[in-house]
Design a protein around this ligand. Sequence first.
Ligand code: ADP
Length: 191
Amino acid sequence: MINIVLFGKPGAGKGTQAEFLKEKYNLVHLSTGDIFRFNIKNDTELGKLAKTYMDKGDLVPDELTINMLQSEVDKNPNAAGFLFDGFPRTIAQAEALDSFLENKGQNITATVALEADDNILVARLLERGKTSGRPDDQDEEKIRNRYEEYSQKTAPLMNYYKNQGKFYAVDGIGTIAEVNDRLNLIFDKLV
Ligand code: ADP
């Protein structure tokens, strides 16, 4: 079983690339952002709670996020592997994921990051905001807040995984196909 964390700043292209990777490597794709948005759309309790944070570009509290992620994993008992997209985003989440997987006799295979410059990404998100309908993509201040959250809470995860020898990075700038080729080179070595 392989469990891969797709890592990168907002707008780095995780969701786009995950669509290709999940097919090619037969992985269950779990995007915490997508799951939260699904809950918001369906007006669930979880959605109502998450919305207040997401609309501001703040991270949703760890406990809520971790519980949600674990229940999504448990919904897929026959999965050949998982592609985690947007999770973990804090050290507490990474530790929770490690112990959750360990209890199942599994572990994280690798973390693969999509790297890109902030200014390029902010422009991408503002462009996406014109059509995505996502409130967190439509306002530069909220976008900058997401980068602030990333720098403070998520960036430290790179060392967390580097220290375990599980960190890989690819250049996230280029066409979708070019970035996909770079990711495939790494995934082919992991699976
Ligand atoms: P992006 O990577 O473009 O910011 P996502 O769809 O991954 O988009 O996430 C959107 C929002 O959902 C985040 O800004 C945050 O509020 C919430 N969210 C997603 N994943 C997590 C997580 N692991 N922990 C806390 N909040 C999260």
